[in-house]
Design a protein around this ligand. Structure first.
Ligand SMILES: Cc1cc2nc3c(=O)[nH]c(=O)nc-3n(C[C@H](O)[C@H](O)[C@H](O)COP(=O)(O)O)c2cc1C
Length: 362
């Protein structure tokens, strides 16, 4: 076992990171009603720029992809302008920031979407349960429309436009959100993808949408600017285990490795009530992925350092602890106590529970 300090600089492809700490993507619902980032978002991300890599909150690539209230978008010029102060605030402190592109698919409600947007998914299978809307509170998820061939072509093009917009807004790259039960994972899993055309059925067909999105985005902005997040064995968004799961991810890794993506970000939500990712799967994924591997979920300093020492991860993702500790990296380095996050303000508008967490006293 080698010993690599998490606090030392490290390269991720051509990106020079200050350290091996990744701020996990976290939806915080502080954009405006049109999906334009607000000024407090620049403050928030700037405060956390000592992370080696920041991955933003899930950001909609298109109106159809905007399932939640007040999440930001990257499909129009106003949104690009709104993101510029965010990336500038992070860059001013020498940070690196990728935008997470999250198309919510069926995890959505028209009450959160721009007029004319549609709730779409690989198959017309309703997600059980309800979703919060600002206007009417909790409402049932609708039955999504099964995507037509034209819808699929459009959705791929929307990811491309959003990726170009991300670069124009000053991001170092984009993370394709293929985790947590959103549109990309809805295509991967036979639980949500029951298509009988070329986009469903066999493993090769189920991974095809993700691969085509990745291919198109790589062609548009370059492989060094494209990462992907996956959550194998996760249960978010109505996901469930299936027999071909391991094979699906191994085939996906092979295809993405060939495209040259700069990183894979695997999230293990065992501590959030999901089954743990089996050790054999982790090892197989590590072998199958030739470039930077980020692992995230419920780390503390010791377990993150252990994961890197054991060669299980190159970079380690921290989520909730970054919400309540803007100076998380410094606190961990100095052994200072961590503040606990307040879940009541995770998704509420305004600065409370967002930009008002203090840095540790010197
Ligand atoms: C408030 C909140 C919002 C989240 N939003 C997203 C998101 O937009 N995209 C995503 O991939 N994961 C999201 N997650 C999952 C986190 O990225 C992370 O995987 C999870 O918090 C586990 O890491 P932790 O134990 O260090 O908090 C969210 C988690 C929280 C707590």
């Amino acid at each position: 076992m080698s010993s690599l300090s998490l606090f030392d600089p490290v390269a991720m492809g051509p990106h020079s990171l200050k350290n091996r700490f990744v701020m996990n993507p976290m939806t915080r619902c502080r954009a405006d009603v049109d999906g334009v980032p607000t000024a407090i978002m620049a403050t928030y991300y700037g405060q956390r720029a000592s992370a080696g890599l920041i991955v933003t909150e899930g950001t909609a690539p298109s109106p159809n992809g905007r399932g939640y209230a007040r999440i930001p978008g990257l499909w129009n010029a106003a949104q690009v302008e709104g993101w510029k102060p965010v990336t500038a605030a992070v860059k001013a402190k020498g940070g690196t920031i990728f935008a997470q592109l999250m198309h919510t698919g069926r995890v959505s409600h028209p009450g959160n979407m721009p007029a004319g947007a549609r709730v779409i998914a690989p198959s017309a299978l309703q997600l059980p349960g309800q979703m919060y809307t600002d206007a009417q509170g909790m409402l049932d998820h609708p039955v999504p429309e099964a995507m037509t061939e034209a819808d699929i072509t459009t959705a791929i093009a929307e990811f491309v436009t959003a990726s170009r917009n991300a670069v124009a807004a000053g991001f170092d790259g984009v993370e394709l959100h293929a985790a947590n039960g959103y549109l990309l994972e809805q295509f991967l899993s036979p639980v949500t993808n029951q298509r009988t055309d070329g986009w469903g059925g066999s493993t090769a067909n189920r991974i095809r949408f993700v691969v085509e999105v990745a291919k198109a985005v790589v062609a548009a902005i370059g492989a060094d600017k494209v990462g992907i997040r996956i959550s194998p064995y996760g249960r978010a968004g109505g996901m469930a285990p299936y027999a071909e799961l391991d094979d699906t991810y191994m085939q996906l890794m092979a295809a993405l490795a060939g495209l040259g993506l700069v990183y894979v970000h695997m999230v293990d939500h065992a501590a959030m009530g999901n089954p743990a990712i089996p050790a054999e799967f982790r090892q197989a994924l590590r072998k199958a992925w030739p470039r930077t591997l980020i692992v995230g979920g419920s780390f503390d300093l010791a377990s993150a350092q252990q994961a890197v020492n054991a060669g299980e991860a190159d970079l380690t993702g921290f989520g909730r602890s970054f919400i309540s500790n803007p100076d998380l990296v410094e606190r961990l380095q100095k052994g200072l106590p961590l503040a606990a996050p307040n879940g009541d303000t995770f998704y509420t508008p305004g600065p409370a529970g967002y930009t008002d967490y203090a840095v540790a006293a010197a």
